[in-house]
Design a protein around this ligand. Structure first.
Ligand code: B1M
Length: 210
């Protein structure tokens, strides 16, 4: 079974053009745990990031890796979904305005769903007003903001201000995460927590839901 995890990790890291979804399905059928495959995919993406930073991979390779992750997550999702799906409350999730990175956000969303949350994923490059609308119309108890670009961290503050302006900030919890976020940003932007990875994100939202 460890072989499959290793294969999935390498498949992503080496950007094999075949279908990652099929490999994931095959692994699930042979009894590999969905959570282990999720970790393997995450590790594969970390390797892709390293190869990009060392100049081995180009931007086009990163786009391909993003598509592969989506396929893999689609195959995994039915196996990660909690029995009492959505019972722990609604989380509005997105990547902030100006930022289109969504691989980490999608991982966080999948993990939150599998932990029993209802997740309203607004996608990427999302303006503050759309977050406000979704929190109101979906009666969300929490918001998750993903940010990977240092230049776009100001978008976090815009969301917080817009929620405050709409009278929705009190009683609402906000978590941030993504490669460029730091614990210091929690105070700077007036949010409630920062998660380093998808596992920590689940821990944070679970603490609020309890
Ligand atoms: Co871009 N990119 N990128 N990129 N990209 C980074 C982030 C960068 C660090 C690469 C580099 O230069 N070293 C750099 C940002 C530098 C900075 O500002 N600090 C960068 C840049 C500059 C850019 C462009 C500007 C490049 C250009 O056009 N010249 C451009 C920006 C476009 C835009 O957003 N407006 C750009 C574009 C892209 C692609 C489209 C090609 C592609 C994204 C594809 C996609 O997402 N569908 C891409 C990718 C893939 C990366 C790297 C290589 C990998 C990101 C990733 O998916 N990691 C990245 C380098 C790196 O991070 N090493 C890089 C895997 C993913 C599982 O991890 O997203 O960190 P991550 O998510 C983790 C945690 O952070 C956490 O949990 C996840 C799972 O463990 N987490 C949360 C994430 N969100 C969370 C939310 C939470 C809690 C935890 O609570 C709500």
């Amino acid at each position: 079974m460890g072989d499959y995890n290793d294969k999935v990790r390498r498949f992503l890291a080496d950007l094999e053009v075949d279908d990652l979804g099929s490999l994931v399905k095959e692994a699930l059928q042979s009894g590999v745990k969905a959570t282990d495959l999720l970790s393997a995919m995450s590790e594969g993406m970390v390797e892709v990031g390293k190869r990009f930073e060392s100049g081995e991979y180009y931007l086009a390779d990163l786009v391909l890796a993003g598509e592969m992750m989506k396929e893999g997550l689609k195959a995994l999702e039915p196996h990660l979904t909690a029995v009492e799906a959505g019972k722990r409350g609604t989380v509005v999730l997105c990547t902030v305005k100006g930022d289109i990175h969504d691989i980490g956000k999608n991982l966080v969303g999948t993990m939150l769903k599998s932990a029993g949350f209802r997740v309203i994923d607004l996608g990427v490059d999302v303006p503050a007003e759309r977050v406000v609308e979704a929190v109101r119309s979906e009666s969300a108890f929490a918001v998750g903001l993903s940010v990977l670009l240092t230049t776009m961290t100001g978008s976090i503050g815009e969301v917080v201000e817009a929620l405050r302006g709409a009278g929705l900030r009190d009683g609402l919890k906000i978590a941030i995460g993504g490669a460029c976020t730091t614990p210091e940003m929690v105070e700077r932007y007036g949010v409630d927590a920062m998660g380093r990875d998808a596992v920590e994100a689940v821990r944070i939202f679970s603490g609020w839901a309890a």
